[in-house]
Design a protein around this ligand. Structure first.
Ligand SMILES: Cc1ncc(C[n+]2csc(CCOP(=O)(O)OP(=O)(O)O)c2C)c(N)n1
Ligand code: SF4
Ligand SMILES: [Mg+2]
Length: 351
């Protein structure tokens, strides 16, 4: 039952985007996750974001690890490239793919177990290297696939379904992403599509390592009272610092706002992230302040959401190591191996 293809038929008048695709062209197979799982809402947000961005599905590579969350790439972008890696190893496979072919749009999908437990080292290094990707963590505080053990993101004192309290200090993946040098860090909630869709759009346009930590309740194992990753808890403790509008570089901005109400962040490709301030003192371009803000509010049990940090001058791994513009996987033997005379010259220069 795991692989159920969707019927291809759809209504002939469905709206098409600029590249001629309907929203259905961005869907995948029928989801086999539990009905009401937050992860399915994130898949719907990814579909919406890619359709609105007019991305041709074959230009996307979606990679994931292991878990209910990591299964989701099967449920969206069925016409894109996909690679389901080993548990916690998505970042290194994504890095390799990105180095080989810089022209694809990379989407990493992971879970809190996949990224904060077995894959913690990989999570950290892919960010400090600045790999150009959108890394979405579908964070439910448990290992959903293996039946609900606490994950490393479970809050201290949070209760399991059977009433046991978690005693370990949680790993806050948004804070860790800030420390590790991610140049775009967002947090959202699977139940807030209005916030999540523009966040994903802006992350995809960001030319560097973009992380979105999405609280995504597991209705089977972590949606009871006493859990801090339940729908009710997140709705009651969601502290949005800003609301996002995203304008690709070709789009004209028409909405007017009073001075001080919005911040416009122009990204490298000319796109603009417009942030409507909900907290007047929050500056999303100040990394250190963002870290303090997130931690201060976490100590009060609040979940800070929105675009937490963006570096408008982000440089990705290819720019850091100065690779050629041509994707490496299209270079021929002559370009890749310049011959023994050139090698001899390099060796001589190093003597
Ligand atoms: C090397 C290895 N160790 C352990 C497992 C067992 N395992 C499968 S999924 C998983 C955790 C998944 O949790 P998470 O990433 O949070 O995904 P969720 O199911 O909650 O979406 C574990 C421990 C495995 N598949 N491979
Ligand atoms: S077990 Fe939890 S995470 Fe997995 S599909 Fe069900 S609700 Fe979603
Ligand atoms: Mg999980």
């Amino acid at each position: 039952m795991t692989y159920i293809a969707k019927p291809k038929l759809h209504h002939p008048t469905l709206a098409k985007n600029r590249v001629g695709y309907t929203r259905r062209d961005y869907e995948g197979k029928i989801s086999t996750l539990c009905a009401g799982c937050g992860h399915d809402s994130i898949s719907a947000a990814i579909i919406q974001a890619c359709w609105e961005l007019d991305i041709e599905p074959h230009r996307v590579a979606k990679l994931s690890g292991i878990g209910c969350s990591s299964k989701t790439p099967d449920y969206f972008l069925g016409n894109s490239h996909g690679f389901n890696t080993v548990h916690g190893r998505m970042p290194s496979v994504l890095t390799g793919a990105n180095l080989a072919n810089r022209e694809l749009i990379y989407l990493g999908v992971s879970g809190d177990g996949d990224s904060a437990s077995i894959g913690l080292g990989q999570f950290a290094h892919v960010l400090r290297r600045g790999v150009n990707m959108t890394y979405i963590v579908e964070n439910n505080g448990v290992y959903g696939l293996t039946k609900g053990q606490f994950s490393a993101t479970a809050d201290k004192g949070s209760k399991s379904k059977r009433g046991q309290a978690n005693n370990d200090t949680p790993i806050d993946l948004a804070s860790l992403a800030l420390v590790m040098g991610a140049t775009f860090v967002g947090r959202s909630f699977s139940g807030d599509k209005a916030q999540l869709v523009p966040l994903i759009r802006a992350a995809i346009a960001h030319p560097g390592a973009a992380v979105i930590d999405v609280v995504s309740p597991c209705i089977a194992f972590n949606n009871h009272s006493g859990s801090t990753k339940s729908y009710d808890y997140v709705r009651e403790h969601n502290e949005a610092v800003n609301r996002l509008d995203f304008f690709p570089h070709r789009e004209e901005i028409t909405a007017e706002y009073a001075e001080g109400e919005v911040i416009d962040v122009r990204q490298h490709d000319g796109s603009i992230v417009r942030l409507r301030k909900l907290h007047a003192d929050y500056d999303p371009t100040d990394r250190v302040r963002a870290m303090t803000y997130v931690q201060e509010h976490a100590a009060r049990g609040e979940v800070v959401t929105g675009l937490l940090y963006v570096d408008p001058d982000a440089r990705d791994l290819h720019r850091q190591i100065d690779t050629v513009d041509t994707p490496l996987n299209t270079l021929g033997a002559a370009e890749l191996c310049p011959g023994s005379a050139v090698l001899e010259k390099i060796n001589a220069s190093l003597r």
